[in-house]
Design a protein around this ligand. Structure first.
Ligand code: ADP
Ligand code: AMP
Length: 216
């Protein structure tokens, strides 16, 4: 399935490019509304990183004319469920390949909202082992209440089908049951930077910046 989804061009491109500049990846995780997207935008302004949001890529694919997965993705997003990994990985790989085709020095990526569950993690290991280096995980930590309040506020203007209380309850459950165990796995390997995301955008970013300056 992945071959069909990916297209041969991006597969062979990543194979070739991995000999030159292997993609360097930071996974960005946290609850819905923790501020992952907000912080990634600030990182992109300050560092030579490209932001790839799994949620944004899935929403774009859902809206793409002729997409065979549009309806399926729509159903998963409304239910706050995690879309099958083959679809998400193919979108991530395509985006990485496109970025590096345009500029081979752009090999540093913030992958936001991934891996969100065991299926995501295993899919990544299956398809990306040896093809990209995961440097560490940035974990934006804040309470469920803060997450929900921020998403409801965002929902006033975002037009997102899942920034409503009903979807949010499900998204929080998915986050607690499926994503937290992934963060814990990375923690056991000492690969997680936990950031208190309940503070102001600038306070959070001050911590993020210090981590990136130290690590990259
Ligand atoms: P995520 O990508 O984690 O879902 P976003 O970055 O889209 O979260 O942020 C969710 C909402 O909360 C947005 O409306 C954003 O403007 C707001 N927000 C993000 N970070 C903060 C913060 N530190 N304090 C207050 N509001 C924030
Ligand atoms: P986000 O924009 O990160 O809040 O994600 C919105 C929705 O997109 C999620 O609730 C999921 O339905 C879907 N989604 C986002 N990231 C993933 C992922 N890594 N794997 C599968 N589905 C995802």
């Amino acid at each position: 399935m992945l071959g069909r989804l990916l297209g041969n061009a991006s597969q062979s491109f990543l194979k070739r490019v991995s000999h030159i500049m292997k993609p360097q990846v930071i996974f960005v995780l946290g609850g819905p509304g923790a501020g992952k997207g907000t912080q990634c935008s600030k990182i992109v302004e300050a560092f030579n990183y490209t932001h790839l949001s799994a949620g944004d890529l899935l929403r774009a694919e859902r809206g793409r004319e002729g997409s065979e997965f549009g309806q399926l993705i729509d159903n998963y997003i409304k239910e706050g469920k995690i879309v099958p990994v083959e679809i998400t990985i193919s979108l991530l790989r395509q985006s990485m390949a496109e970025t590096m085709t345009k500029d081979q020095t752009k090999n540093c990526f913030l992958i936001d909202g991934f891996p969100r569950n065991e299926d995501n993690l295993q899919g990544w290991n299956r398809h990306m082992e040896g093809k990209a280096d995961v440097k560490f995980v940035l974990f934006f930590d804040c309470s469920n209440e803060v997450c929900i309040d921020r998403c409801l506020e965002r929902g006033k203007s975002s037009g997102r089908t899942d920034d409503n209380r009903e979807s949010l309850e499900k998204r929080i459950q998915t986050y607690l049951n499926s994503t937290r165990p992934i963060i814990e796995q990375y923690q056991k390997h000492g690969k997680v930077y936990t950031i208190d995301a309940s503070r102001s955008v600038d306070e959070v970013f001050a911590d993020v910046k210090a981590i990136l300056i130290k690590e990259i």
